[in-house]
Design a protein around this ligand. Structure first.
Ligand SMILES: Cc1cc2nc3c(=O)[nH]c(=O)nc-3n(C[C@H](O)[C@H](O)[C@H](O)COP(=O)(O)O)c2cc1C
Length: 182
């Protein structure tokens, strides 16, 4: 799949099933994704993978935190994909490369990862919401001080009920101006 096709046909996949990439394949793709632009080559991120029963532990933890309101909905949400790849932003604080640039590099790597997954026939969706702010989830997953939970890539094989949802590129000419120097 060429890059243009990959970019134009990748969509967030809400329904995902087995198979998901195994650890070895995840690492293989991540090595490529990690070549995304990264000022200072700091790799200010890490991933925590959850499969099988580990997803249930996260679901239980988040449902517990919800205390009644939407417990089942939250639990069901977490179990919607065979692989949950937790994206942790681990900035080098005080480094000459400012934190926002490190976050931008992390985002670039994550997008590359989604495109690479798509290119291999896997689907993904980046999910955040209230779950990403959960103190319980931070504790459960062992986040360190200064680290930020950026959410999860839900990964698996898309369950397609119809044709792939291709989004025609929008007219973005209004988002571009040319400074002519005057
Ligand atoms: C940082 C980030 C957080 C996101 N969080 C959520 C989320 O919590 N729930 C969700 O359904 N989609 C989430 N998305 C996916 C976007 O909703 C999705 O990319 C957007 O609707 C465009 O759809 P597409 O990816 O199919 O082109 C997130 C995307 C990004 C980049």
């Amino acid at each position: 799949m060429d890059v243009m096709t990959a970019v134009l046909t990748r969509r967030s996949e809400h329904q995902l099933t087995e198979p998901a990439p195994c650890d070895q394949e995840f690492h293989y793709l991540l090595r490529a994704a990690a070549t995304a632009p990264d000022h200072g080559r700091l790799q200010p991120w890490r991933w925590i993978l959850l499969r099988g029963a580990a997803r249930h532990a996260l679901a239980d933890c988040l449902a517990e935190e919800a205390r009644g309101t939407g417990r089942d909905r939250i639990a069901a949400k977490v179990l919607r994909a065979p692989l949950l790849a937790t994206l942790v932003f681990a900035p080098r604080l005080g480094h000459r490369v400012p934190e926002w640039e490190q976050l931008a590099a992390t985002s670039a790597m994550a997008h590359a990862m989604m495109l690479l997954l798509h290119g291999r026939g896997f689907g993904s969706i980046w999910r955040t919401g209230a779950l990403a702010d959960s103190a319980q989830a931070r504790r459960l997953l062992g986040l360190r001080d200064g680290e930020r939970l950026l959410g999860w890539l839900f990964i698996g094989t898309p369950v397609r009920t119809g044709a792939p949802r291709r989004r025609p590129p929008q007219d973005v000419t209004g988002r571009v101006t040319t400074f002519t120097g005057g």
